[in-house]
Design a binder for this molecule. Structure first.
Ligand SMILES: [Zn+2]
Ligand SMILES: [Zn+2]
Length: 621
């Protein structure tokens, strides 16, 4: 009997509870379990499970092959060989039937999977297992295996042709994976006695870097997840390459892509989940860990230590250890190319501005760039706030794509800490960074296209222990409109009125369940629970005219869309409004009093701190 399921996989994004919007967990018989107690059945969810199961088994083959190569245990070798040969039999049979009939019309089709992309990811794992096992007779003598490798090479080449020629979309993140798989499949064939791998297979990877990576190091879609996705594909694709033999611009590209992750990481190493992608998912944590360990063979200092610590802790005891067994991925010693210095940084091309306090206790990220293609969100001028162990106001990411809330809530403006006018969502838009002072950690960005007839500007300054945020909205028609600014916490959140302003508390002091929420299990596995008390943030909020700040039950981040979260909507009915917030994240220097006043086109904010220091910040409106 085969060790692998005999049915092709569907689309993993359908592995989601329709009621709770979370990725499903274990399978029991024909039921698929949701952490909230649901037991789901049906063809669609089973096909999604199969897609994940085939990936998990390709990973199991990698793990067994690598364990064998490290420790020489015959049982590991037998397990890896069994999986490789059973998949060969299956692939010969399934690919004979042609393209998958489980694909949706927009998909680039695969054969073993609904999507060619999934097939490429699976093929990378499958090929890596073969390369790691080496030229053993049982594999060399298998005609099914050689037919499978030839078949995969043909499938990948045809998918790439459709994508690049018919759809004219070479910079797609799919290309990175098709190219990675094609090169590793060629390496696997060579391992078993086939021809050596043509330089063309690496050259297309370098070509893709030039097309798909922005000048500031971001993958063009400017989503954290797709950045990780493509960077990982590049690193995997370049197995067996000596970085010294790579074109200089390709080395620069890998360095700058890693530096993006170094620069955006929150103080504790969590990667803010900007735009589409999972918020807290085991599979992504493994992907990040693989980037950390492969990067460490590419550069002697990656700058990713904190990021790696965060994912390792989050993965917990159930981690199978694959990423620790990837030694020798590249040829030669790692390059000495120091990482970017961690601090405040503007990504002028992708349009993110990262503000970080000098003691790395807080990170604010302002979204001020292009929309970001199909994975972008309607969140122009959103401001995301992270502390050490606390996600005060995080980018919410999205649930698995098979769930309606991806588009009906999480990609929409309402899910994000930014501005809506008359209750309408923003449209696809671009913002511009109009002032940037790295030394002062101060940025101003403007958009006039996110809301028709409305100019939005946001100035954010992160000084020692304080973050000042000024949002200015003006409507071109001079008529009153309902202007509202979202406050979108992911921690316990409390607000009290104080004179003509409000005070807010985010996290620790607001209530006690924040720690429990931040320590819940990531989606898709059973990770170790960690108890931690996130740091508290306190805010002071004042608007230029009459305004209301309403608290209500809403949604938090997309890792559990059905969990109720207290959120705030701060609204004014006016043709023009300024919303001023001052946040303190240093308990020693909390806010005593704040006063703000508009003088002509200038806004002055005077802050007195509990240690009697005073600060004045001025913002041109
Ligand atoms: Zn459920
Ligand atoms: Zn955005």
């Amino acid at each position: 009997m085969s060790s692998v399921p005999q049915q092709p996989g569907g689309w993993w994004h359908d592995y989601v509870c329709p009621t709770h919007g979370i990725e499903l967990g274990a399978r029991e018989g024909n039921e698929f379990l949701c952490d909230h107690g649901c037991r789901l059945t049906g063809d669609k969810v089973e096909a999604a499970w199969l897609a994940l199961e085939h990936q998990a088994l390709a990973r199991a083959a990698r793990v067994a092959a690598r364990r064998y190569s490290l420790h020489g245990d015959e049982a590991d070798r037998a397990r890896a060989v069994e999986l490789v040969l059973d998949y060969s039999s299956l692939y010969v049979q399934i690919s004979a039937a042609g393209w998958s009939d489980r694909s949706e019309s927009w998909m680039l089709q695969g054969k073993l999977f609904a999507q060619a992309l999934s097939e490429a990811q699976w093929a990378v794992g499958f090929a890596d297992a073969i390369i790691t096992l080496g030229a053993i007779p049982k594999l060399q003598e298998s005609t099914e295996l050689s037919r499978t490798l030839d078949g995969l090479a043909a499938t990948l080449a045809e998918s790439r042709r459709i994508l690049v020629e018919d759809r004219n979309d070479q910079r797609s993140n799919y290309t990175a994976w098709l190219d990675a798989a094609a090169r590793l499949v060629a390496l696997a064939s060579h391992t078993l006695g086939g021809p050596s791998v043509a330089p063309h297979f690496a050259a297309v990877v370098f070509d893709h870097m030039q097309l798909a990576v922005r000048s500031d190091g971001w993958e063009w879609e400017a989503s954290t997840y797709y950045h990780v996705f493509v960077l990982r594909a590049y690193l995997l694709a370049l197995r067996g390459v000596n970085p010294r033999d790579m074109p200089e611009e390709a080395v620069d590209c890998v360095r700058s892509m890693i530096d993006v992750l170094v620069s955006i990481a929150s103080p504790d190493g969590f990667l803010p989940a900007l735009h589409d992608g999972p918020y807290d998912r085991v599979a992504m944590h493994r992907e990040v860990l693989e980037i950390c360990t492969l990067s460490a063979q590419f550069f002697s200092d990656t700058g990713l230590t904190t990021v790696q610590s965060w994912v390792v802790e989050r993965l917990g005891a159930d981690h199978d250890g694959l990423e620790w067994m990837l030694d020798g991925w590249f040829v030669g010693a790692p390059l000495d190319r120091a990482p970017v210095v961690v601090g405040s940084r503007a990504f002028e091309d992708a349009g993110y501005v990262v503000l970080r306090d000098s003691r790395n206790r807080m990170v604010g990220i302002l979204d001020a760039g292009p929309h970001g293609g199909a994975h972008g969100h309607f969140d122009k001028l959103a401001l995301y706030l992270y502390g050490d162990g606390a996600k005060w106001q995080p980018a919410p990411a999205v649930p698995p794509y098979g769930h309606a809330l991806r588009h009906s809530y999480y990609a929409r403006t309402i899910a994000h800490p930014t501005v809506r006018v008359d209750g309408a969502d923003q449209v696809e838009a671009t913002a511009e960074i109009t002032a940037w002072d790295a030394a002062a950690s101060r940025v101003t960005a403007v958009t006039t296209t996110a809301i028709d007839g409305v100019r939005l500007s946001r100035t954010v300054q992160l000084s020692d222990g304080l973050l000042v945020d000024v949002v200015h909205v003006s409507c071109d028609d001079g008529q009153p409109h309902e202007i509202s600014l979202g406050l979108r916490p992911a921690v316990d959140f409390a607000v009290v009125v104080e004179g003509d302003a409000w005070r807010s508390t985010w996290g620790a002091a607001a209530a006690s369940s924040a720690a429990a929420a931040s320590a819940a299990t990531p989606a898709g596995a059973h990770a170790k629970r960690t108890e931690q008390q996130p740091a508290a943030l306190t805010g002071w909020h004042w608007a230029s005219g009459e305004s209301t700040l309403e608290l209500h039950a809403g949604r938090g981040p997309s890792d559990d869309p059905s969990r109720l979260q207290e959120i705030g909507d701060w609204a004014a009915t006016a043709s023009e409004a300024s919303f001023v917030s001052v946040y303190s994240f240093d308990a020693e220097r909390s806010i005593a009093t704040v006063s703000a006043s508009v003088e002509g086109t200038n806004l002055a904010i005077d802050i007195q701190l509990s240690d009697h220091d005073t600060t004045r910040i001025e913002v041109a409106l």
